[in-house]
Write a protein that binds this ligand. Structure first.
Ligand code: SAM
Length: 339
């Protein structure tokens, strides 16, 4: 079996160096899964792929500080640069000083900026390999300099105020530190149309929890799910920061909600996976929505006007309405009728 992802193809050239490899934030790649002992990732899809092959899989929030997990570590440099810096700080906190780490990534994903980042963090570096438009660097963990502000992965959590709420966000969480215009349009458009009585509501793809907190603030019983462990943690922190309650779960669309039904499903659905467009999760969200709604329950979505959701809604619900349209974004609503 050969690797598919370019960064994994570069790693494959080094495979004789690895006996018990732990990969951090990797893409899903069959060769890499086979080759590695374990994975640490914020993406539950990725963790599931490793678990399905009997490998160890953890989120960074599952591990107690200092809990050991391996000595051969490769960090896949993420699209969100600030998240890459967070992973480096987290690895420095987690592992004994001097533990070797390799960092791999695609040139178009910003790996060439890594040496500068490492220097700023006071970490040594060396270039190991370069092919397939990817580079591989070697470094090692250092004791972080808390005085200069370079330390403490926890300092990456950021708070900001919007829509009457305090939102808590983290690098790698959707829109990190900013509110999405589509989400605001969605909230405006349901402000007066949602019943005032408490509803059982699902926020699908909760991100930092703006929709969940907004709904919980209006007395609704919220379940929030996201495939990202960073988003799940952010949403929990957002609810807590506003003194609100809700159930926040890691889930690939409805995977942990088997048999559950809601009065309302609200979402600003994902249509990207890293840099690629991917309609898979949004299609599953819409097509299985009737199964997860009580009769008379509503699915409410916001999306860029060009996305093909009207077709999906028509197929799943036989009918839908456009509740708002500001030319860039549209808010759609569909009701589960008695069949
Ligand atoms: C467009 S963002 C919306 C975030 C937030 N609700 C807001 O309005 O700002 C979509 C969210 O869906 C999450 N997501 C992506 N794929 C998912 C999946 N398969 N299952 C559940 N959530 C997913 C992403 O992590 C991201 O947080």
């Amino acid at each position: 079996m050969s690797s598919q992802a370019p960064a994994c193809q570069l790693l494959e050239r080094q495979k004789d160096n690895y006996t018990a490899l732990w990969v951090v934030g990797p893409p899903v790649d069959s060769w890499l899964i086979e080759q590695s002992t374990g994975v640490i990732s914020g993406d539950f899809d990725v963790l599931g792929e490793w678990q399905a092959k009997g490998k160890q899989a953890r989120t960074p929030f599952d591990l107690a500080a200092g809990e050991p997990f391996g000595k051969e570590i490769v960090l896949f440099w993420p699209k969100a640069h600030q998240l890459g810096i967070w992973w480096l700080k987290w690895l420095c906190e987690q592992l004994p000083e001097g533990t070797p780490i390799e960092i791999v990534g695609e040139h178009q994903g910003g790996i060439k900026r890594v040496p500068k980042m490492l220097e700023e963090l006071g970490m040594p570096w060396d270039k190991r390999d370069n092919a397939r438009r990817c580079s591989l660097f070697a470094t090692q963990t250092v004791a972080l300099d808390l005085v200069s502000g370079n330390g403490a992965s926890d300092s990456a959590w950021q708070q900001f105020e919007t829509a009457g709420l305090t939102l808590v966000s983290h690098p790698g969480v959707f829109g990190h530190g900013k509110v999405d215009e589509g989400t605001l349009l969605l909230l405006e458009s349901i402000e007066n149309s949602l019943p005032k009585k408490p509803l059982k509501v699902l926020d699908m793809g909760c991100g930092d929890g703006i929709i969940s907190a907004w709904l919980a603030q209006r007395g609704h019983h919220v379940t929030a799910v996201d495939v990202s462990a960073f988003a799940v943690e952010a949403c929990k922190r957002t609810l807590a920061a506003n003194g609100l309650e809700g159930r926040v779960l890691c889930s690939d669309v409805y995977s942990v909600l088997e048999g559950e039904q809601f009065d309302c499903i609200v979402s600003n659905p994902p249509f990207h996976k890293e840099r690629d467009i991917s309609y898979g999760p949004s299609q599953r969200l819409i097509s299985a929505a009737p199964k997860h709604l009580n009769t008379g329950g509503r699915l409410i979505l916001v999306a860029n006007g060009f996305l093909p959701y009207p077709d999906h809604l028509q197929r799943a619900f036989q009918d839908f309405q456009t509740l708002a349209d500001n030319r860039r974004f549209k808010v759609y609503g569909a009701i589960k009728s008695q069949r």
